[in-house]
Write a protein that binds this ligand. Sequence first.
Ligand code: SPV
Ligand code: MG
Length: 437
Amino acid sequence: MKKKKKVSKVYVGMSADIIHEGHINILKIASGYGEVIVGLLTDSAISSYKKIPYLNYKRRKTIVQNIKYVKKVVPQFTLDYVENLKLIKPNYLVHGDDWKIGIQRKTRLRAIKTIKKWGGKLIEPQYTKNISSTIIKNKIREIGNSPRDRVSQLRRLLNSKNITRILESHNALTGIIIENLKFIKKNTNLEFDGMWSSSLTDSATKGKPDNSSVDFSSRISSLNEMMDVTSKPLVFDADNGGQIEHLPFLIRSLERAGVSSIIMEDKIGLKRNSLFNDQKNTQQDKPETFAKKIKKVCESRFSDDFLVIARIESFILGKGLNDAIRRAEIYSKSGADAILIHSKEKTPKQIFAFAKKFKKSKNFIPLVSVPSTYSRVYEKDLVNNGFKLVIYANQLLRAAYPAMENAAKSILKNGRAYEIDKKIIPIKKIINLIKND
Ligand code: SPV
Ligand code: MG
């Protein structure tokens, strides 16, 4: 009997979020060396170093496995190739030569070292110039993403990241900062995952107190301005959600705008910001009554990806752990997707005690933290204590206000603008900040 020639195994790792001719070129070249196995990066693997992909793993897999050059698709759970390479032991590893520099440089070196062990070869076709998923993604962002895609992003982030990081945004410009800011630390691309539409900073921006005097229509019109220039998800601070009969209308407007989540707090009566010391006129809602609001949101939402987060104010109002836990159980059972356990202590002790106890419950759902007063807490400690979402609720407005006041003061003091000129962004930079073409 004639011995069948063994076909070589060729490994190609990719995200394949937006397929373009560069991917096809790589796969075509790879197929010339043998049978192509694509290691498709999972959502978690991708979001460990850059923005979560537009299409989820399942959708990307369907596309890639139907490309004629591809024999098989397997998940690649990390940015690092070593695990899959050891498992598959390919004769060839094919990757565009763009990974020689930048964030993937070390990943490449580790992959080379690994395949050397069984004599595997690295093939690096030249990177297709002027085309990349990032270029296409930027173009898409200019057009704007569909509200439906944006709504689902937060749930996907919660499912794929250790911790999802949200920052307060009170206008379109702060939205742009959150959208674009990147910081590379230890080979990881850090960025904010989304925006928080805060009742406090939205009201303050409009010169009003945080007592619901800025109505939802006005809040939604400012968040629409942020939505116009960003693609990341937005979490809406709805105070106590207002009247239960009005909730379906609010949810409809939020979903239509592309908002990913509503957070409602279990307080009643005239709204007072939770960080005020004096809370003596503030009342907490009966948990059973508040639970009805949660149910109402669940019934009225168009998409299950629109998350309802219940915010427990027990600690703010001086009540104990047992009250907070009892409420968490009730809110979870009535359909909440996550719990924001609020606190105005200087340390996270209180919320960690809550997390420890609630984690044991069969009704446990992901936890959200707002570290405004306990700002020393590190994200890694929040993760270790079971928190999945962190909201930095007011820092951009707090940064902007003293800077603006200082500039105004300097002009008054000096009788001219020269002194402050060197300390503020140059005119040239500000006119070029927003692209015109
Ligand atoms: C907000 O940012 O408006 C909040 C958080 O609700 S807090 O100010 O702590 O109440
Ligand atoms: Mg608020």
